[in-house]
Design a protein around this ligand. Structure first.
Ligand code: SAH
Length: 213
């Protein structure tokens, strides 16, 4: 993704610091305190992009708290706008790198994790960068509650196949697999920006849900 300089982005995020958390590393173990209902489950999306999924999920599930992490500043401001437009108070955003997940979230702090259209890193030598590489699974397992689940959606067949194998080699249980999500017509599915784009081109959307033992 091309990085564009958006000098107003910092001001825009600071203006809405109740949504874009300014000191996220200080929230370790305390994320639920940021929400109106601190007892609600906490769901995390990694690589939220322009935020259509997390804003839509926030609207659909007002009994769940959501946090979205997005690395790229010029992209996360799009997510901030979506969350403001959706007028939801159960979504927070973090402009950080998910590689530092263990410094952001405490053990058992997250109830469910979403990976939507993550970068596929197709070259073998970039395997370690894939968000379903076993070192990432180690981190997810720690921040998730025991028996916590990951839902992954992608248009990328290679990443999907790789992720199924990686989950399985890690001893995770596959709860649900679809190789054509839109043909299966899940009424609760909230499409992401990438999902709409690829689906419009006629590409099938893959989805799976895997649970840690
Ligand atoms: N989920 C969105 C965007 C998919 S593109 C959608 O489906 O439309 C993948 C996104 O993940 C990009 O916006 C990229 O900046 C972000 N990303 C990639 N690696 C990341 C990391 N380590 N931490 C946080 N975000 C990351």
């Amino acid at each position: 993704m091309r990085l564009r300089n958006k000098p107003w982005a910092d001001d825009y995020m600071r203006e809405h610091d109740y949504i874009v958390v300014q000191e996220p590393f200080e929230m370790l173990g305390k994320w639920s305190e940021l929400f109106k209902n601190p007892n609600a489950p906490l769901h995390l999306e990694i690589g939220s992009g322009k935020g259509q999924f997390i804003a839509g999920m926030g609207k659909q599930h007002n009994d769940i708290n959501f946090v979205g992490i997005e690395l790229v500043k010029s992209v996360i401001v799009g997510a901030l706008k979506k969350v403001l437009d959706a007028d939801v108070d159960n979504v927070r955003l973090v402009n950080e790198d998910a590689k530092d997940l263990r410094e952001l979230f405490g053990e058992n702090e997250i109830d469910h994790l979403y990976l939507n259209f993550s970068d596929p890193w197709p070259k073998n030598r970039h395997e370690k960068r894939r968000l379903t590489y076993h070192t990432f699974l180690d981190q997810y397992k720690k921040v998730l509650v025991p028996g916590g689940e990951i839902t992954l959606k992608t248009d990328n067949k290679g990443l999907f196949e790789y992720s199924l194998i990686s989950f399985s080699q890690y001893g995770m249980i596959l709860e649900d697999v679809s190789v054509d999500l839109h043909a299966d017509e899940d009424p609760l599915n909230v499409p992401t920006e990438y999902e709409e784009k690829f689906s419009a081109k006629g590409q099938p959307i893959y989805r799976c849900r895997a649970r840690f033992k």
